[in-house]
Design a binder for this molecule. Structure first.
Ligand SMILES: [Zn+2]
Length: 257
């Protein structure tokens, strides 16, 4: 069994690391380059915090703010479909989130042009989380010193992109740049000849696989939910079970073969 922890939260240093040490087990931790190099929170985390702050009771208010921002930026330097079209295309509930939440996540994590996503996410973040981004980032993620101590104590670190992009959505040049930058940031933490990849959002493509294989990656973890078979699975495409599939959140694990 291998436990993996994504995104480099300080919670993993404060709470997970001591429990692993007490039980003499090693964990695999993946951290995106940007949070370390720039002390800037990832968009995906800003969106999580905005959603958490709005909560169920202010969700409709958040949704109408998102619509207003979409209207505000549409037709400036960007062109994207109407709110109704976007909602019809993207609002499909999954096993974790209802369709409004999925719509907000997809709009801001992948659908819009990158700069539009950044602008709208920043506007929402400023409104819902009124503290400086650098403070937020320092409180949310682990830092280099903590990572070095964890590494010395037998924990493993994996590459998790620089910007936490959906790698399959980038063109070759952008994808290679994002991966190279993330490798550079983790200098001294990972072995460049033999490193592990945890694909952000589980997103990869044939191009991603061939690029990382050519650049020293020998193990990769997706977000496919099933038991890994070390004999049969491709080393760069190992599946994982998700904590959300276990109690108290759900009993899905019973259905996983
Ligand atoms: Zn992640």
């Amino acid at each position: 069994m291998l436990l993996t922890f994504d995104d480099g939260y300080i919670d993993h240093y404060i709470n997970v690391f001591p429990v692993l040490m007490e039980n003499s087990i090693s964990g695999l931790f993946s951290v995106s380059g940007k949070v370390l190099a720039e002390s800037k929170p990832l968009n995906v985390n800003k969106i999580h915090y905005v959603l958490a702050e709005a909560g169920e009771h202010r969700k409709q208010e958040l949704l109408s703010k998102v619509y207003k921002l979409l209207d505000y930026y549409r037709g400036t330097e960007f062109d994207y479909p109407s709110n109704e079209e976007l909602y019809a295309k993207l609002a499909v509930a999954n096993r974790f989130d209802d369709k409004d939440i999925i719509f907000i996540k997809r709009i801001l994590q992948a659908e819009l042009p990158e700069r539009a996503r950044d602008l709208i996410t920043d506007d929402l973040f400023r409104e819902y989380i009124p503290i400086p981004e650098s403070t937020f980032s320092r409180e949310l993620y682990m830092n280099f010193d903590q990572m070095k101590l964890m590494k010395k104590s037998g924990m493993h670190f994996a590459v998790h992109g620089y910007e936490h992009y959906w790698l399959e959505k980038l063109n070759d040049q952008e994808m290679q740049k994002d991966i190279t930058m993330s490798l550079d940031v983790l200098e001294g933490i990972i072995d460049r000849e033999r490193w592990t990849m945890v694909y952000p959002y589980g997103s990869y493509s044939r191009e991603v696989l061939s690029y990382i294989a050519d650049n020293g990656c020998n193990l990769g973890f997706t977000t496919a939910v099933r038991f890994a078979d070390i004999q049969a699975d491709a080393p760069l495409l190992l599946p994982r079970l998700d904590t959300n599939d276990f109690p108290p959140k759900s009993d899905n694990y019973l259905k996983i073969t």
